[in-house]
Every structure is written in C-alpha cells, then in structure tokens.
Design a protein around this ligand. Structure first.
Ligand SMILES: N[C@@H](CCC(=O)N[C@@H](CS)C(=O)NCC(=O)O)C(=O)O
Length: 213
C-alpha cells in the first residue's frame, strides 16, 4: 500500500488527488510543518531535502511531486491519466507537466518565499517577489492561451494528470494580483476539476474546508 507524506495543500496535493482519482488504497502520513517535522532526523532519512511530499511504494521511496505524478500514472496506466508512451500526445503531456513544475511552480515558490533568495537584505525582498509574480502571471497567460485554443483540458478533450497539477498550483496562486481564476479558460478548467469527487476528497482529507482554488 502506498504511503503519502503530506502537509495540508502542500506539494503533496497533486499526487494525493491522483491517488484518489486512480482509486488505489493508500495511507496519509502527516509531516507537521508547523513543528518543522520535515527537518526532523526521522523524516530526513526518507527525504534528505527535508521537503514535502514523499511517496513510499514498497521498497521505493521517492520525492518531487511531478516525479511522483509520473510514477503513479505509469503504475496505473489503465486509469488513462497520461497518453500512451512514445506518442506525440505523451510528449505534450511531459512538456506541460515539466512547465508547471519547473517554471510556474518555481516562480510561485520565489513569490511565496522571496527571503530565501534575498537573505538578510530586506530591501530586495519586494523586488524579488514582484519579479516572480510578474513571471508567474505571464506563465499563467500562456496556459490560458493554450486552453483557449486547445482546451478544455491541457490535452484537449482528455483529462490528464497535468490538470490536477494545475489545481494544486492554482490554490497556491490565489493571493496573486491576477490569480489563475482571473483567466476565463483556466477558471472553466478549475470549475470542472473542483467538481471531481477525487479533488474534493483529497483536499477534504487534508483538512481544507474553504474553496479549493
Ligand atoms: N520541488 C519539490 C518542492 C517541494 C517543496 O518545496 N515542498 C514544500 C511544501 S509545498 C516544503 O516541503 N517546504 C518545507 C521547507 O522548505 O522546509 C516538489 O515539487 O516536490
């Protein structure tokens, strides 16, 4: 049985929604960030970066939300949450998932934690934060244009793991000046996604009671 180490609405949310959508049994293990448990000796043994999430799958212990997502869609190909290997559709799927985790997620992290870059220099914090928000906003515009031309999902008519990943990032991005939902096609996609039982259940289990994104 899988074990997903999580903290509410952290980077575990995308793997968590997928576990629900796939419908496999799993245990949730809270890593209490409020007590800095992600840096405890015990947790560092399974995740030396001290970051959340971690997935345990038998003898396999892995981190990085996007990698966990890829592992789950491969292990459960019958769920149809990624196109067939070696197809152009699969390449497009890789492109969007990598874009979300590597480009949008990174800018959101800088926007949320600018001090990790600026250190003691408080005067630089606003500049760094603003720059990250501007770049994240542009990335969301690119997603919006893509969905407008090719939607309703990232892969056209087919729901895939990438759509779940956007839900996770959209929750984080809600306080932006131009939040994801300010864009009509992203908003439509988020409406569809938050209507899914799997999405609602994952956030409910994490104790999120307000609107998801
Ligand atoms: N690239 C990693 C980022 C993981 C990450 O930074 N997780 C945050 C929570 S969303 C975390 O554990 N932060 C705690 C810390 O930095 O101490 C992933 O996508 O899994």
């Amino acid at each position: 049985m899988y074990q997903l180490h999580y903290f509410p609405a952290n980077a575990n949310a995308a793997p968590h929604m997928l576990l629900e959508e796939i419908g496999v049994p799993y245990d949730l293990v809270l890593v209490d960030r409020a007590k800095n448990a992600q840096k405890s000796g015990e947790y560092l043994k399974i995740n030396p970066n001290g970051r959340i999430p971690t997935l345990v799958d038998g003898d396999l212990i892995m981190s990085e939300a996007a990698a966990i997502v890829l592992h789950l869609v491969d292990r459960h190909a019958e769920a149809g949450l990624a196109p067939r290997l070696g197809t152009p559709e699969r390449a497009t799927f890789y492109q969007w998932l990598t874009f979300l985790t590597n480009s949008l997620q990174e800018e959101l992290m800088i926007w949320q934690y600018p001090d990790r870059l600026t250190g003691e220099d408080a005067s630089a914090t606003d500049i760094v934060r603003h720059g990250a928000e501007t770049r994240a906003s542009r990335f969301l515009d690119v997603v919006e244009d893509h969905l407008k031309a090719n939607g309703p999902f990232f892969l056209g008519k087919h729901l895939s793991a990438v759509d779940f990943y956007l839900v996770m990032l959209s929750r984080w991005a809600r306080p932006m000046a131009q939040p994801p939902r300010a864009r009509p096609n992203i908003s439509k996609l988020l409406d569809r996604m938050t209507g899914l039982h799997s999405v609602r259940r994952a956030y409910e289990q994490e104790g999120i009671a307000d609107e998801i994104c």
